[in-house]
Write a protein that binds this ligand. Structure first.
Ligand SMILES: Nc1ncnc2c1ncn2[C@@H]1O[C@H](COP(=O)(O)OP(=O)(O)OP(=O)(O)O)[C@@H](O)[C@H]1O
Ligand SMILES: [Mg+2]
Length: 152
């Protein structure tokens, strides 16, 4: 039986700053793979982290991304300082986007990030207060690629 080492990450994000984008997702996927988690689930965790990170960089002022692994589940928590999402149901729809021109020039703004986060998460909670900020919490259950077959 494999024992999990702790996997934790904490990143600060700033609106408009692409430079560091993707580091959290890449690091998370690599750490999960190194501990023997299956590729498919590791990829799902990376997609969720990346899309949530990009949403802060594109739509928010600043925020943080944190991930942690416990009991074969990755929890990704992304908190930002606003402006919040006025209508979450609308924001979750494929194709809905308020991405500004500068982000569209970089290929963002298809309105697919949140739907993708939803698809790739086993649990997703979005708490948002317009004018204050948004907290996104996603959980991805992982499987071992070469485990002992016991489900947990
Ligand atoms: N952290 C956030 N703060 C404020 N608004 C957000 C945030 N995340 C998402 N939104 C709103 O929800 C909309 C849909 O988000 P989604 O990630 O699905 O698409 P997108 O970011 O516009 O485009 P894509 O992700 O395809 O590049 C955004 O256009 C924006 O209006
Ligand atoms: Mg997005």
């Amino acid at each position: 039986m494999m024992t999990s080492e702790r996997i934790d990450g904490f990143f600060t994000l700033r609106g408009g700053e692409f430079n560091e984008a993707g580091k959290s997702a890449t690091g998370l996927k690599k750490a999960l793979r190194e501990q023997g988690y299956e590729l498919e689930a590791s990829r799902r965790a990376a997609v969720v982290a990346f899309e949530a990170e990009m949403n802060v960089i594109i739509h928010a002022v600043a925020g943080t991304l944190q991930y942690s692994l416990e009991d074969d589940e990755v929890k990704i928590v992304v908190i930002d300082m606003g402006p919040g999402i006025p209508d979450v149901a609308q924001a979750m729809k494929e194709g809905f986007s308020t991405a500004p021109e500068w982000a569209r020039e970089h290929g963002w703004g298809s309105g697919l990030g949140l739907p993708n986060i939803k698809k790739n998460s086993d649990r997703l909670v979005i708490d948002t207060v317009p004018g204050e900020g948004t907290k996104l919490e996603a959980v991805i259950r992982l499987g071992r690629s070469s485990g002992d077959g016991s489900a947990s």
